[in-house]
Write a protein that binds this ligand. Sequence first.
Ligand code: ASN
Length: 304
Amino acid sequence: MKQKLTLISKDMLPILKIQSTAIKALTDFLDKNEFLQMMPVMLSTVTDPLCHSVYDAKINYLGQELQLTKSMILHKQLALIPDEISKIYIMSPNIRLEKANCESSGRHLIEFSQLDIEMKKARKKEFMQLAEEMVVYAITKVKEKNSKELEQLGRKLQIPKTPFKVYDSKDFKESINDAEKRLSKEATEPFWILNHKREFYDMEDKTEKGYYHNYDLIWPEGFGEALSGAEREFEFKEIVRKMKERGMNLEDYESYLNVASKKLLKPSAGGGLGIERFVRYLAGKRHISEISPFAKVPGRKITF
Ligand code: ASN
């Protein structure tokens, strides 16, 4: 069988060094800003429905059907219920059994990790500012500590200037995906795209229907999406309305809806930064499989 071992590529050591610096910098930054680190959830009765179609990832345990985590968005909302807990993050492994046609995107893995963050009562401006500072802090640390490794990889990395440029999808003449691709290729600095019609949990404007209070952070040089997040829907009535609009089966979310119906969910904003995508950008590699020793690429046979 033809088998490529990324593990023994000569670039793996510099890449892992860069990854170690980046992860430490990201978590140090959040610790300094008084975020609490929570452990990942990998099995649950509920998970993120996502806004694109993937294959089911379920297992049966003692007659109970459990989902493998696609993202911890719903758990982040639940974790913020206690009054005393207001800022959290999780280095969260996710399983998304993507369709085989994602192979060529260069940025999809069926198993990946995201740094998932959530802040109670925050609005999008506050979260976006935090994310910009966090990313700049991590890139600065990588440049300081890994100049030798960046040189080995032939990677020239700029420290981005804040505030990042912001686009609103309302102003696009093409689809968001096309605009994102084009702008990412043209850009030399990371930037934001606001207002993307997505999952039920992203806040929709109360008066301007169809306007979403969400944001995607996009890497420049054609590297594409870095982070996606939003202000959250927390009111039961709105959650149910939006689930129905999306043709979701409400019974599948019974445990979550029960909590929401008791008015326990709090307003919050947050997002998730893709770790492998960040390392791919830092290392300047074109395919995400090049930065991960055990990469699981959609459509490709899994060996390890
Ligand atoms: N982590 C994302 C968020 O916080 C959700 C996702 O990964 N689909 O909005």
